[in-house]
Design a protein around this ligand. Structure first.
Ligand SMILES: C[S@@+](CC[C@H](N)C(=O)[O-])C[C@H]1O[C@@H](n2cnc3c(N)ncnc32)[C@H](O)[C@@H]1O
Ligand code: SF4
Ligand code: SF4
Length: 385
């Protein structure tokens, strides 16, 4: 008998991460009887997301910035307060990596270099996810000097048109910047590409276009999270079999050029990402136990997509207390009881199995939320609508 090959890379996700593995098994085994407490072992958690601004120079079609409830929440168009961020960083000592990200372009915050230098005193790795449009040689020099250890760049098309159409940036220009960065440093690079029904074809030639980016180590494909804005535009996810075909083709091109680039997910585990499979097969959101995310106000948030929602404050309580504070535990409790609000249903395909509790989420969603309701599955788009 052959073991299920889809599980090939499954355990890599829990490598050196006993706290996360324990919680995963607890949730799978005990389901709604699980505790609402997540591990505070920072080595197990590995990475913490930190938001340092909420401004952006692009207007990508799939971005959550386009969502009315986020725009109305007053969360966008702000710059992080340097002094407050400096107070936050010591709380994060013990993590492997601080990741500057969020619903913004982090490189627009000019304090990012000072913050990165400081962050490196507390953690071994500092990562940024960027749209790459500002990586001109002068900026690259500052990035190298300030001690970034990992850079992720988002590109969603490699055919000279699609990236411009959906992201508003010229991929050839960005690739040129990455070639320059690679010629001057060893910082490993990862390309993030959203995979949707409308851009999947344009991703086909990615490896051919990126082959001269010397430091490129990983191609990360992200299945589309469906926002209301996209629902309204009729944009849906790509088929899983097409996603697999794309990765197979990329693998062939990587081998053809003899490049050292990993695929994430790999060809065989498109559907077996531990977080995605927990959601789809068991209707449990594991993200809120394994991926701490700190929003612009220093508060723990459910995840990057819902970062305008604030739980407890990391500077006031310290990381451990905030990460298992009363607010996020209440949120986890609602999830465990099958109470998923509009956003979790739509974006992560969660099913609300307990509509009578919907009102319990009001305290987090506030007045800028849509009406909380149970969404219906749309056969065409293959999402909850
Ligand atoms: C929100 S952006 C923030 C960082 C930076 N501005 C950038 O674009 O790389 C973080 C990542 O989320 C991806 N993203 C945006 N909207 C998405 C969606 N609806 N589904 C999946 N990924 C999405 C982006 O392409 C990017 O790789
Ligand atoms: S995905 Fe990134 S670059 Fe695009 S609008 Fe959102 S924050 Fe800006
Ligand atoms: S949107 Fe909801 S279900 Fe999805 S990761 Fe965030 S908290 Fe979890």
């Amino acid at each position: 008998m052959t073991p299920n090959s889809q599980f090939k890379n499954f355990l890599n996700f829990f490598h050196k991460s006993p706290g996360r593995l324990l919680k995963y098994i607890e949730l799978l085994t005990l389901k709604d009887k699980s505790t609402t407490i997540a591990t505070t072992d920072k080595k197990s958690l590995g990475e913490v997301g930190v938001v340092i601004n909420t401004k952006c120079n692009l207007k990508c079609v799939w971005c959550h910035r386009e969502e009315k409830h986020i725009q109305d929440s007053g969360y966008l168009e702000r710059n992080g307060n340097l002094e407050k961020l400096k107070k936050l960083l010591p709380e994060l000592k013990g993590f492997e990596c601080i990741h500057w990200g969020g619903l913004a372009e982090p490189l627009l915050n000019k304090d990012i270099y000072e913050l990165t230098k400081l962050a490196r005193k507390y953690v071994p790795r500092v990562k940024v996810t960027t749209n790459g449009t500002t990586l001109v040689p002068k900026v690259v020099t500052k990035i190298i000097e300030s001690g970034f250890t990992d850079i992720e760049i988002s590109l969603d098309g490699f055919d000279g048109e699609t990236n411009m159409k959906y992201r508003g940036s010229d991929e050839s220009k960005v690739i040129g910047y990455l070639e320059d960065l690679s010629s001057r440093s060893d910082i490993p690079l990862q390309i993030n590409s959203v995979v949707s029904a409308v851009n999947i074809k344009s991703l086909w030639n990615a490896i051919d276009k990126l082959k001269n980016v010397k430091n490129l180590k990983k191609m990360h494909t992200i299945p589309l999270f469906i926002t209301k804005h996209m629902n309204d535009l009729g944009i849906g996810p790509a088929k899983e079999e097409d996603h697999e075909k794309l990765l197979k083709h990329w693998k062939e091109r990587i081998d053809h050029y003899n490049l050292d680039i990993k695929l994430s997910p790999d060809m065989e585990d498109v559907t077996m990402d531990p977080i995605v499979s927990m959601k789809r097969l068991h209707n449990i959101c594991y993200t809120v136990y394994e991926h701490p995310f700190i929003n612009l106000d220093g508060n723990i948030s459910p995840c990057g997509r819902l970062q305008h929602i604030s739980f407890d404050n990391v500077v006031k309580l310290g990381f451990d207390k905030a990460w298992n504070g009363p607010k996020i535990r209440k949120w986890r409790e609602e999830h465990l009881h099958g109470n998923y609000g509009t956003y979790c249903q739509r974006e992560c395909h969660m099913k609300n199995t307990c509509p009578s509790r919907l009102n319990n989420l009001k305290e987090f969603m506030g007045s800028y939320d849509e009406d909380l309701r149970v969404l219906e599955y749309d056969e065409n788009l293959r999402v909850n609508k």
